[in-house]
Design a protein around this ligand. Structure first.
Ligand SMILES: *Cc1c(COP(=O)(O)O)cnc(C)c1O
Length: 424
């Protein structure tokens, strides 16, 4: 469910005509819908009525301060994977008591920052990390509330590059070693065991492996309790898939949340969820302008002004994004088959191969749909292209929430050493 629809043949985000927005902001740019973000957060929360639940939005999916502030106002917490993300979440108004720190490579400095802020929980991913966290916490006289991220050895995830819960993935503690590590955790100074954590992948289109993983985790939580650990929280991670194209039918967020509520009911724990894509993915689009059509013997290239530096998912994961014209094509408009490519000097700078779509004229504007998650966050300034701006729509209003830097700002970070400066 999202709020991007044609009205009188013009693609709107909520009540904003995207062509007018594109005129004002320029392309490429990202556009996010407040109502869609809110709706997704509310659908998940509503499955947990009467049950203690923390929606720790996965900041890495879309970390714009305005997006975070929108979700903070919905009562969401944050799942962060760096101290930078933690600072963003705090600055956007998410209290430390709702922040969960995940990630396989936390540094001592990051641990200390999280401890001093008093975050809700550290999700620990290895024995070595657990020992360092103990050392750091003990050294400053603080206690780290921890869950151990266990690897349930369940295959899931829409693509091998985003599956994280299978034996052999770098994430989590092997299932067979988890209980031993909890036993060690109980003896470590500066460590307070509070829960169990799992996150098995992303873009998962099936509740069956998720339920299997969560049931395993509930079983583990019960064994840990029997062994004397105070397991007060279960963190089920994120990973629910979203529809990217016609025919994709991932489980609705309501069914996903209901399944988790059911599996965890009766355990008397706080359930922590770390949804990222399912909240932000369909809440955003990237707008682009068609520049040229170029014909090769066997194909037509449609060259657009957005590149893989602006939206990397197709190059990184072979991901599909629907491409829709801002001005709706007439039902009888001629169709063409395009390879849709950007201006970057890389062959992987390709958004679609052999895509059938209404013929596009140079100058026409297009929207890459479902680009709200893992879109702008993955953007770069490769080819000295300015970082792509981001815009937040709310009803009939819109605001630029990350502006396009100018070239001077981009170059300011660089310096030519004295020995290279010309003196003549
Ligand atoms: C990426 C990530 C998430 C969010 O995943 P989505 O597929 O966007 O829901 C949640 N938890 C952890 C630990 C992650 O790394």
């Amino acid at each position: 469910m999202h709020h991007f629809d044609y009205r009188d043949g013009r693609l709107h985000c909520e009540d904003v005509d995207l062509a007018k927005l594109a005129d004002a902001v320029g392309t490429p740019c990202y556009v996010y819908s407040t109502a869609t973000l809110q709706r997704h957060a509310r659908v998940i929360a509503s499955a947990f009525e009467g049950q203690d639940c923390l929606i720790a939005y996965s900041v890495k999916a879309n970390s714009n301060l305005a997006v975070l502030a929108t979700l903070a106002a919905e009562g969401c917490g944050a799942d962060v994977v760096s101290s930078g993300e933690m600072q963003r979440a705090l600055r956007a108004g998410i209290p430390a008591s709702k922040i969960v720190f995940s990630g396989v490579g936390k540094t001592a400095r990051e641990m200390e920052l999280g401890l001093r802020e008093g975050i809700h929980q550290f999700n620990v991913e290895s024995a070595a990390e657990l020992r360092l966290l103990s050392y750091v916490a003990n050294g400053i006289g603080l206690e780290a509330p921890i869950a151990i991220r266990v690897n349930p050895d369940v295959a899931a995830g829409g693509h091998p590059n985003i599956s994280t819960g299978k034996k052999g993935d770098k994430f989590g503690v092997p299932w067979t070693e988890a209980e031993e590590l909890y036993a060690e955790a109980a003896t470590l100074p500066g460590i307070r065991v509070v829960g169990v954590d799992v996150h098995i992948g992303s873009q998962i289109g099936d509740l069956v492996p998720m339920r299997a993983a969560f049931e395993k985790v509930v079983g583990l939580a019960q064994r840990l309790r029997a062994a004397g650990h105070d397991i007060a929280r279960i963190d089920v991670g994120g990973g629910l898939g979203i529809p990217y194209k016609q025919g994709d039918e991932p489980p609705p967020p309501s069914a996903y949340a209901a399944m988790i509520a059911e599996v965890s009911a009766g355990l008397g724990v706080q359930v922590i969820l770390e949804p990222g894509r399912v909240i932000a993915g369909n809440a955003g689009v990237m707008l682009t302008t068609a520049l040229y059509e170029k014909t090769a013997p066997d194909r037509s290239f449609l060259i657009v002004d957005a590149g893989m530096n602006d939206l990397m998912r197709p190059a990184l994961y072979g991901a599909h994004h629907d491409i829709q014209p801002l001005k709706q094509a007439a039902p009888d408009a001629p169709e063409k088959t395009y390879d849709v490519v950007g201006p970057i000097c890389e062959s992987t700078d390709k958004f679609a191969s052999g895509r059938d779509m209404p013929a596009v004229e140079p100058g026409e504007r297009l929207a890459f749909m479902s680009a709200g998650a893992y879109g702008a966050v993955l953007s770069s300034s490769y080819n000295t292209r300015p970082l792509v701006p981001e815009v937040l729509v709310n009803g009939d209003r819109f605001d630029i929430v990350r502006r396009r830097p100018d070239l001077e700002e981009m170059l300011q970070l660089e310096q030519v050493p004295d020995w290279l400066k010309r003196t003549d």
